[in-house]
Design a protein around this ligand. Structure first.
Ligand code: ADP
Ligand code: ZN
Length: 288
């Protein structure tokens, strides 16, 4: 039998799946406390609960399909679901102790929580300690550390605090500094050693996009799998793909006669597959 051949690297599929999930979670988020211009006007379908997630895991196990190398989680809307995710991590690690768990601790943005406040302590006390890589935004990093981030230096310090709690890789996907964005990455290769840290400055596009956080996490996972000892390189590749995609998205809206600032933009994922597969590295990491 000929094994199936995927025409694109795995990370493309992964980001495809993640963005699909992002779309679903954004739809669920439409009831939450986020500005009307960034929300979907309506939503349909059901939200999976923890019990239903566990049933899927049991189905996979019954078919001997629970060997995974990576797990990525994004938006989770309830404590019960998050607790089940923790059980899933345990279960998967009992089968593959080397499982990499990449956690995007989606909780909020710009000073506002969009998940129930009870989730914060579960992330902080139970999830962060078992994560291999964490990809919070500025606000989420503050929630997880209890430490206010007002500067680049604070961002690095927040990474140190998070390493001490568990994950060896931390990427704060954006810190707002004087109207522009700064990604800060940190890799602690050995416990008790100081981490290797870097930053990538990103020019802020005057628009709001749906799905950027999920895409950047998926790309970081994909590229870190290829370059496990070089988080800076993985981040350069991820940011370069993402920025090419965001510029294509804005251009596409403008070409169709829309004002890109009037609503949340749907990212042009399929149209950007070459930038995802093979990005031109135009964003360079500066090591500290
Ligand atoms: P989240 O969506 O999880 O809050 P961020 O806001 O940190 O995550 O965005 C994730 C990534 O998306 C950032 O690293 C940044 O590169 C990119 N990004 C998001 N919005 C913009 C923007 N308006 N201009 C440029 N890059 C953006
Ligand atoms: Zn996010």
């Amino acid at each position: 039998m000929v094994p199936p051949v995927l025409p694109y690297p795995m990370e493309c599929y992964l980001s495809g799946i993640i963005v699909t999930l992002e779309i679903l979670s954004s739809i669920v988020l439409s009831t939450e406390d986020i500005p009307a211009s960034k929300r979907y006007p309506t939503f349909k379908g059901q939200v999976l609960n923890g019990q239903q997630l566990w049933e899927l895991i049991e189905g996979l196990e019954a078919n001997d399909l629970l060997y995974y190398t990576h797990l990525l989680t994004g938006y989770i809307g309830s404590v019960s679901f998050l607790n089940t995710v923790l059980e899933v991590v345990n279960k998967l690690r009992s089968i593959n102790p080397k499982l990499t768990y990449v956690c995007d601790p989606v909780m909020g943005d710009e000073g506002k929580l969009y998940v129930p406040p009870d989730l914060v302590s579960v992330y902080r006390e139970k999830v962060v300690p078992v994560a291999s890589m964490l990809t919070p935004n500025q606000f989420e990093a503050e929630q997880l550390t209890g430490f206010r981030i007002a500067s680049e230096r604070d961002g690095r310090e927040a990474c140190n605090i998070l390493h001490a709690a568990g994950p060896s890789k931390v990427v704060i996907t954006s810190i707002n500094i004087e109207g522009n964005l700064l990604l800060i990455g940190s890799h602690q290769k050995e416990k008790d050693q100081s981490p290797e840290q870097f930053k990538i400055p990103i020019h802020k596009i005057p628009a709001y996009f749906t799905g950027t956080g999920d895409l950047v996490t998926a790309l970081l996972l994909g590229w870190s799998n290829k370059y496990p000892d070089n988080l800076a390189k993985a981040a350069e590749l991820a940011v370069s793909s993402l920025q090419a995609l965001l510029h294509r998205t804005v251009d596409d809206y403008k070409r169709a006669g829309h004002n890109p600032q009037s609503s949340s933009l749907e990212i042009r994922l399929v149209q950007s597959q070459d930038d995802i597969r093979n990005p031109q590295v135009e964003y360079k990491a500066k090591k500290y």
